[in-house]
Design a binder for this molecule. Sequence first.
Ligand SMILES: NC(=O)C1=CN([C@@H]2O[C@H](COP(=O)(O)OP(=O)(O)OC[C@H]3O[C@@H](n4cnc5c(N)ncnc54)[C@H](OP(=O)(O)O)[C@@H]3O)[C@@H](O)[C@H]2O)C=CC1
Ligand SMILES: O=C([O-])CC(=O)C(=O)O
Length: 277
Amino acid sequence: MSDALNETAGGARRVAVAGLGAVGLRVAEALDEGLPGCALAAVSANDLTRARARLGRLRTPVPVVPIEELEPLADIVVECAPASLLPAIAEPFLRAGKTVVVLSSGALLANEALVDLARAHGGQIVVPTGALLGLDAVTAAAEGEIRSVRMVTRKPVRGLAGAPYLVENGIAIDDIAEPLRIFKGTPREAAVGFPANLNVAAALSLAGVGPDRTTLEIWADPALTLNTHHVEVEADSATFRMTIENVPTDNPKTGRITALSVIAYLRKLGAPLRVGS
Ligand SMILES: NC(=O)C1=CN([C@@H]2O[C@H](COP(=O)(O)OP(=O)(O)OC[C@H]3O[C@@H](n4cnc5c(N)ncnc54)[C@H](OP(=O)(O)O)[C@@H]3O)[C@@H](O)[C@H]2O)C=CC1
Ligand SMILES: O=C([O-])CC(=O)C(=O)O
């Protein structure tokens, strides 16, 4: 769909927010406060009544609807719901040649057909940097030859509790007194075992050498308060190491910077000066 069609009569791109939790509410509020070139068009949540109440303080009320009703109302959807809902949220927008901003990036690994759908209809899937850092450098390095990408994540126990991998393998972390390595593998495996905790690893893998060649360790650390991700990249163009320590939101799995990354992306869409890719 052309940019001209992707806009309202007033020129602003209509943005829907699918999921109104730690990420979605902050993004919806920023859109309501005003992002040049964008307008909040609709919102979805599981409990629509509760969502309407939470949106009561918005300056401009918008429809609060089930996810299947979002597509006709918007040009861009920001998916920030549980990972299992990614196809239901993304497919209608991609089929209409529109843009889907995916926060549940781990779910993309099991739903690669969404990329084919985007290709077939001229839509676009955007994976923002989210709770990570440096995806601009990783994608740049991937234009050359990357030899290795290694990631080590350390989270407070609260940021990992309840993950399917822990439950299925009988790994108890509630009472650990020392840091414990709970997983060593790939982002593809982590997307299954930690669907709500390691989207950053999936995003990193998609930027670099893919979900099977990226290596990942996950540690539960009872002394930590911040969700910490360390990445090391060896490439023919550069060697770099980067660490981010994320302040959790009300959702202990999710860092505050995640929503800000989406807001920065939306702000760049209509900006006369765009810094970073
Ligand atoms: N890529 C990245 O860097 C990061 C990705 N994430 C991922 O982003 C996603 C959102 O994270 P976060 O905001 O913390 O999650 P939350 O758990 O805080 O919020 C999830 C939201 O989804 C809504 N929801 C649940 N079921 C439905 C449904 N059937 N229809 C519509 N909405 C529904 C919930 O509704 P209700 O409010 O009614 O319960 C809630 O508002 C998650 O998949 C998370 O793993 C998180 C951090 C970083
Ligand atoms: O990747 C995720 O899903 C969340 C995460 O690690 C963070 O916010 O630090």
